[in-house]
Design a protein around this ligand. Structure first.
Ligand code: NAD
Length: 494
């Protein structure tokens, strides 16, 4: 039996894309599972003048594909209230406070409040300040603030933003979303490592040659060109998702699987990431921007510079790859390669862990070294694992072949696995911040990224440098070839 959570949700940006596509469906799933029952209410806010009825129709529309029945959807939507609210208008917070207090009493919410900032980060500071100044933060119950990415665009701006928010909320009340941390298989990294002695005992530089992380998107920037052109892949992906995944892969075993313990270990791992000197950036990092698809491709796709709201001479990278080194006992000299980009050959996120070769090949394989064992963690769209092992080929002689032991969750299991946002909202209701990013992690990540950004901003680059539908620029392949490795996942090779 799932325990019912009591809370008032206030969603800033209640008419926006994120609210409609992710937040309302996630709240509905929690409702279906009984985590939300009678004692919850949601206030959606944005500048527009909407009625409660109109807002409820929008909510119902957003959950159309996952509803049990129209009656159930209606009952769920009856908990939703709309309040027209301009976040920069101080007086509007008084109206919001009145409605909040009324709903708190009506639904007996005991002062539990969850404020979800689903809008531009430019407003995070002013909203949190007004929530405090205009007394929307209760003195009984919990008050938690969920913040969307991006958290700043460099260390300085992130620090300024953090100071603004910290003037109203304590660190333990702030939940910075990185939706990758809500993904089933990202959370599974800890289960694989710490639930299997066989794996964890080999999880170090003695047995692992290199680790490869790929977050590949097949779509281009679509209609987000305006935002993306000011951000780029480095800020959009490395600072948060990729460094978070690396910290989970690299951290030491925590003493307990609890937020404080895990966070301590993640921060230690991030602090051990080697910062580049400006002259080391070029040798360790690769940037790319997609051009049109190749002439012989079946699809005729535009290059990034032809996308809507993108400068025709844009220097923004849509691809980034790199080699990260972690200076500690466990990981000395083991490269963590990563690549991420738009318009790549195939959509998918996976981690490939390449183990060291056996010291001597005893088999009849023409003096070729045996292929390395590879453990793959599939994160999306498929979820699962595979392990490549060398075994004897059936027949005379002692030749080997590589077998792949693979488990991929069925499409049905994957479809039923909780949405990242659903898990994260529930975590927040439970006061569990394990899968959110702490300020120390944000700060350390920005310091790493800032060196690269500054170096890149001072050099013009010859873009575009990879074709839509490829796996990025050739320099990304070269990054590994120089070290005697190659990308394990090559969706273009059959
Ligand atoms: P959006 O532009 O669709 O929505 C923004 C919302 O803010 C709208 O409801 C708008 O009316 C409201 N708004 C703007 N100015 C306002 C003001 N002065 N007062 C009150 N309301 C105002 O944006 P989105 O795509 O929903 O993104 C919201 C946040 O979530 C951003 O930080 C974004 O980076 C992050 N995010 C979005 C997605 C996504 O899939 N959409 C994914 C990850 C992160």
């Amino acid at each position: 039996m799932n325990t019912e959570k009591k809370a008032l949700f206030t969603i800033f940006g209640g008419t926006g894309d994120l609210a409609k596509r992710k937040l309302y469906p996630s709240l509905y799933r929690l409702y279906k599972k009984g985590y939300l029952k009678k004692q919850f209410a949601v206030i959606g806010t944005a500048r527009r003048e909407w009625t409660d009825d109109f807002y409820r129709e929008i909510v119902i529309d957003s959950i159309r594909d996952i509803t049990d029945s129209p009656e159930h959807a209606l009952k769920f939507a009856s908990h939703f209230y709309y309040q027209s609210h301009n976040v920069t208008d101080v007086n509007h917070y008084d109206t919001l406070k009145k409605l909040s207090n009324k709903l708190d009493e009506e639904y007996q919410l005991n002062g539990n409040r969850l404020f979800y900032l689903a809008m531009s980060p430019n407003f995070f500071g002013i909203i949190s300040q007004n929530l405090k100044d205009r007394d929307l933060i209760t003195t009984c119950g919990f008050n938690r603030l969920i913040i969307e990415k991006p958290f700043g665009h460099d260390f300085e701006s992130a620090l300024k933003l953090n100071n603004q928010i910290r003037a109203s909320f304590e660190e333990n009340q702030i939940y910075r979303i990185d939706h990758y941390l809500g993904k089933e298989m990202v959370q599974n990294i800890s289960a694989v490592r710490f639930g299997n002695y066989i794996i964890e005992s080999m999880w170090n530089s003695r047995y692992i040659d290199n680790i490869q992380i790929t977050l590949s998107e097949s779509l281009g920037v679509e209609e987000r060109g305006g935002y993306y052109d000011t951000s780029g892949a480095l800020r959009d992906m490395l600072q948060n998702h990729i460094l978070q995944i690396i910290s989970l892969l690299a951290m030491e075993p925590p003493t307990r699987l609890e937020d404080k313990e895990i966070r301590t270990e993640k921060i230690k791992a991030l602090r051990a990431v080697r910062l580049f000197e400006p002259n080391e950036v070029t040798g360790h990092m690769v940037r790319g921007q997609y051009g049109p698809s190749l002439d012989d491709s079946s699809e005729n796709l535009n290059g990034y510079r032809e996308e809507i709201n993108v400068a025709p001479d844009s220097q923004t990278e849509t691809f980034v790859a790199g080699k990260i080194l972690i200076d500690n006992f466990r990981w000395m000299d083991v490269p963590f390669y990563f690549r991420t980009g738009k318009r790549l050959a195939k959509k998918g996120t996976q981690i490939d862990i390449e183990f060291k070769n056996v010291p001597l090949n005893l088999f009849d394989n023409n003096d070729e070294p045996l292929p390395a064992n590879i453990l793959t963690i599939y994160i999306q769209p498929t979820e699962g694992f595979s392990l490549e092992l060398n075994t004897k080929k059936i027949g005379l002689g002692l030749e080997t072949e590589t077998l792949k032991l693979e488990h991929k969750h069925s499409a049905e299991t994957t479809a039923n696995s909780p949405e990242a946002y659903e898990k994260l909202i529930l975590d927040c209701l439970n006061g569990d911040s394990t899968n959110f990013t702490h300020w120390d992690e944000v700060a350390t990540s920005w310091k790493f990224v800032d060196v690269i950004r500054e170096h890149w901003d001072n050099e013009t680059v010859n873009f575009p440098n990879y074709a839509s539908g490829s796996m990025g620029p050739t320099a990304s392949e070269q990054l590994l070839i120089t070290d005697g490795f190659k990308w394990h996942w090559c969706p273009n090779e059959k």
